[in-house]
Design a protein around this ligand. Structure first.
Ligand SMILES: C[S@@+](CC[C@H](N)C(=O)[O-])C[C@H]1O[C@@H](n2cnc3c(N)ncnc32)[C@H](O)[C@@H]1O
Length: 343
């Protein structure tokens, strides 16, 4: 096929096709007699992929990587791109909401108020961008299920793990056909419990390797790459949002944005259930840490200080302020459940 025919078939222009050729994404052979480009069926297919990826915002360099990298499937790349677009979309939403608040501000103090709102927005942007996986969950994925069964030397974070997952499963009320989002799904130990009730389970995780492992164990779970701070779902999509042993990997200020994200994706009357490492409040945290310290249990103190155990009372306050009915349950000194129903 000649360039004009290809352009017509793919609803693009010869100029665009030449651009992708210049960037090295396609290389049609040239006829020896007149140097006209000749496109094979395969070239046209490749070009249609390039155009589709450009249309959903994938940069040219990333397209080159996708086309050259045999290890990652197209579905995985699409998933990564969706996650990146959700991050942008949520940033745009924050900006639009800030403009709305700026417009609502009274005329007298408009300059100060607009500045204060812009600084709040800046802080939110920094929080959303600041998270790093300092635990390297990709590396943990292969052995995760085995490791949770092992007890630490003098401190076992997974004490009551099975009880906590069972309690969350019996607490959250979901029906056949409902959708349930498991955030920080890891290898799927909580989310998979809902499959037998014919609930549609969507698992989100920031770690590609955890998602891969989860997919191997539970092919019926829909997996999406994503983050607590930019959930890869549109608004009001799920009846339930659950999370186990994941929230303590984000800081307190990030947790509040994460709760707002859960609230965004959960439908009216929806439920949120979090089981995680947390203290009842700041005083409780101090008491527990002091007790470990006095007992000379530095393993426990270091493990706790390496992560961000929540203040349960702050989570409860947030949900109540946002019109949720909240119930809590303690499994042990460091492990609790927060169950919240959207009114
Ligand atoms: C300790 S594992 C828990 C896995 C599983 N929920 C369970 O109960 O066994 C923590 C998981 O949370 C994920 N995670 C940590 N921080 C996250 C974040 N900010 N956004 C999304 N996932 C996160 C990790 O990649 C990991 O898979």
């Amino acid at each position: 096929m000649h360039i004009k025919e290809v352009a017509k078939q793919l609803n693009t222009t010869p100029r665009s096709i030449r651009f992708y050729e210049e960037k090295g994404l396609i290389s049609p052979v040239k006829a020896s007699e007149n140097e006209y480009r000749l496109f094979t069926e395969k070239d046209v297919m490749r070009l249609s992929t390039i155009l589709a990826l450009r249309e959903i915002g994938v940069p040219v360099n990333a397209i080159r990587e996708i086309l050259e990298n045999q290890d990652m499937s197209m579905r995985q790349y699409l998933d990564v791109q969706r996650s990146a677009l959700f991050e942008k979309w949520i940033e745009m939403k924050d900006m639009i909401e800030t403009i709305d608040r700026m417009l609502d501000t009274d005329k007298e103090n408009i300059t100060e108020n607009i500045y204060a709102l812009s600084q709040h927005l800046k802080a939110m942007k920094n929080i959303r961008k600041g998270w790093k996986d300092k635990w390297n969950f990709d590396k943990q994925a292969a052995d995760y299920d085995q490791n949770i069964k092992m007890h630490g030397y003098r401190f076992n974070v997974h004490q009551d793990y099975e009880n906590a997952l069972a309690k969350a499963t019996e607490t959250i009320q979901l029906e056949r056909g409902d959708s349930c989002l498991d955030i920080g799904i890891g290898t799927g130990n909580l989310g998979s419990r809902f499959l037998k009730e014919d609930v549609h389970v969507i698992g989100v995780d920031q770690s590609e390797e955890m998602l891969k492992r989860c997919g191997e164990k539970h092919p019926d779970i829909e997996l999406r790459k994503g983050h607590f701070l930019a959930l890869p779902l549109l608004d009001n999509q799920v009846e339930g949002a659950i999370s186990s042993y994941a929230l303590h990997h984000i800081r307190d200020e990030e947790k509040l944005l994460a709760l707002a994200e859960m609230n965004r994706v959960v439908k009216a009357n929806g439920q949120v259930c979090i089981v995680d490492l947390m203290f009842l409040n700041d005083q409780h945290r101090e008491r527990v840490l002091n007790a470990f310290h006095e007992a000379g249990n530095s393993e426990a103190v270091d493990a706790i200080n390496d992560e961000f155990y929540a203040d349960r009372s702050a989570l409860v306050d947030w949900f109540e302020m946002h019109n949720y009915h909240v119930e809590t349950y303690s499994f042990n000194n460091i492990l609790s459940m927060v169950y919240a129903v959207k009114r």
